[in-house]
Write a protein that binds this ligand. Structure first.
Ligand code: S3P
Length: 169
């Protein structure tokens, strides 16, 4: 099996994924990192320079590669669950975990908004609220939900492990 972390930007998917992988001694894959290595540009840079559809296409290919793996932890980009095919592939042999975050927390953690083209700099809170509201139904497909506003990546990882029964090999 594998653990697949989904959720909005700045929910801590990459950090929690790294902690989980250390605890489980499983490899960790991060779709945004795979794309960055492959293209030599970050998701934000690809979206700004080539447009979102180009990025979503690369993302779908990265998902289909990691979806084939087992005994690993996968951190996904915030838009991965919007594609039904991505969710079908990741659910096969994967336990989906939604790291749920409040809009205010997203902005507290986001840092420089220039690297986040999907957040409107003229109305950051409004745009995050609207996008999050649109996406909740996709994230809600996860079997497990962890609220991460007030917990560290370490605590979130431990909560996940407490809720998932990992079969021993
Ligand atoms: C996106 C989230 C980003 C990245 C890209 C698009 C999104 O990843 O994949 O900028 O659509 O929410 P993080 O969720 O890791 O920030």
């Amino acid at each position: 099996m594998k653990i697949v972390l989904i959720g909005f930007m700045c929910s801590g998917k990459s950090k929690v994924g790294r902690v989980l992988s250390q605890k489980l001694k499983w490899p960790h894959f991060d779709t945004d990192e795979l794309i960055t290595k492959q293209v030599g540009a970050t998701p934000g840079e690809i979206i700004s320079s080539q447009g979102e559809p180009v990025f979503r296409d690369l993302e779908k290919k990265a998902v289909s590669v990691v979806a084939m793996l087992n005994d690993c932890v996968i951190s996904t980009g915030g838009g991965v669950p919007l594609d039904a095919g991505n969710m079908t592939e990741l659910s096969k042999n994967g336990t989906l975990v939604w790291l749920r975050v409040r809009p205010e927390t997203v902005l507290k953690r986001a840092g420089n908004l220039n690297s986040r083209p999907l957040i409107d700099k003229n109305d950051p809170l409004g745009s995050v609220k609207a996008r999050l509201a649109d996406r909740e139904k996709f994230y809600a497909q996860a079997k497990i939900v962890i609220d991460v506003d007030d917990v560290s990546p370490e605590q979130a990882a431990q909560k996940i492990l407490d809720m998932i029964n990992i079969p021993s090999k």
